[in-house]
Design a protein around this ligand. Structure first.
Ligand code: NAP
Length: 248
């Protein structure tokens, strides 16, 4: 049976790679985006032309009303939900903590932490057997930064991913008996646009020698881990934090 998977921040990077792979294996995918409508719609066109099912919806995950609308639109379009990939995430210009203001910290935590928690809430309300759902799976995008701390660059971002680790562990225990598995992947340095947002587009090449595998990762390499965690092959895995970081 076709699964229906919501992938937040699916217009680019790891989210888009996950959407392509999921659609290729027969899942219907909903990709949400913040601003890059053209990229999201191009992805949907590619998937649809290849015979898959995809829908792009705008929603800022840091805004509760947007999140609620996103999931209501998924209800209308598909009438069900099988899985959520909490992928939407952001960082800001590289900075030391002594130079970070409350506005920046609020933006980071609103998107990376509160956004993921709100989307998980909506998914649990639909998938939980406690609420008449059929069960399901959630994968949260954490980061190796939650272990490494990202000094001189993004300690705020790293701390937000630490919150995602703890959220993953707690929610996994809370909804396990309701038929929902909750896991996280912790990517290392992956070749996407996110490094440009931090002010260093070539960051992967600078840090790759500190990675035991001696290279940055590709979005598809993270997507494959996400799809494994969503699959029945991971049926006994919940509350796991899976490093996809080349050994770093
Ligand atoms: P990316 O290429 O910068 O793409 C970010 C995606 O998130 C885009 O689709 C963007 O939408 C969306 N987004 C950002 N803020 C949003 C908001 N408030 N509401 C809704 N959507 C929002 O990022 P990426 O590198 O693929 O990262 C994906 C996830 O992996 C993130 O959670 C990130 O923290 C995590 N991660 C990445 C790396 C890495 O090295 N790349 C490492 C560890 C963890 P628009 O296209 O509309 O802007």
């Amino acid at each position: 049976m076709e699964r229906i998977i919501v992938i937040t921040g699916g217009s680019r990077g790891i989210g888009a790679a996950t959407a392509r792979l999921a659609a290729a294996q027969g899942d219907a995918v909903v990709v949400s985006y913040l601003r890059q409508r053209a990229a999201a719609e191009a992805l949907v066109r590619d998937i649809t032309h290849a015979g898959g099912t995809a829908l792009a919806l705008a929603a800022d995950v840091s805004i509760e009303a947007d999140v609620e609308r996103l999931f209501r639109d998924v209800d209308s379009a598909f009438g069900g939900l099988s899985a959520l990939v909490n992928n939407a995430g952001m960082l800001e210009a590289q900075s030391r903590v002594e130079d970070m203001g409350a506005a920046r910290l609020t933006r980071i935590f609103a998107t990376n932490v509160i956004g993921s928690m709100l989307c998980a809430r909506e998914a649990v309300r639909r998938m939980s057997r406690r609420h008449g759902g059929a069960g399901g799976a959630i994968v949260n995008l954490s980061s190796a930064a939650s272990r490494l701390g990202s000094p001189d660059e993004y300690v705020d971002y790293a701390a937000s991913k630490g919150a995602i680790d703890t959220f993953t562990i707690g929610l996994a225990k809370e909804v396990a008996a309701d038929g929902i598995r909750v896991n996280a992947v912790r990517p290392g340095v992956i070749r996407t646009d996110i490094h440009a947002a931090g002010g260093e587009p070539d960051r992967v090449n600078r840090v790759k020698s500190s990675v035991p595998l001696q290279r940055g990762g590709e979005p598809e390499e993270v997507a494959r881990a996400i799809l494994w965690l969503l699959s029945d092959d991971a049926s006994y895995t919940t509350g796991a934090l899976l490093d996809v970081s080349g050994g770093r």
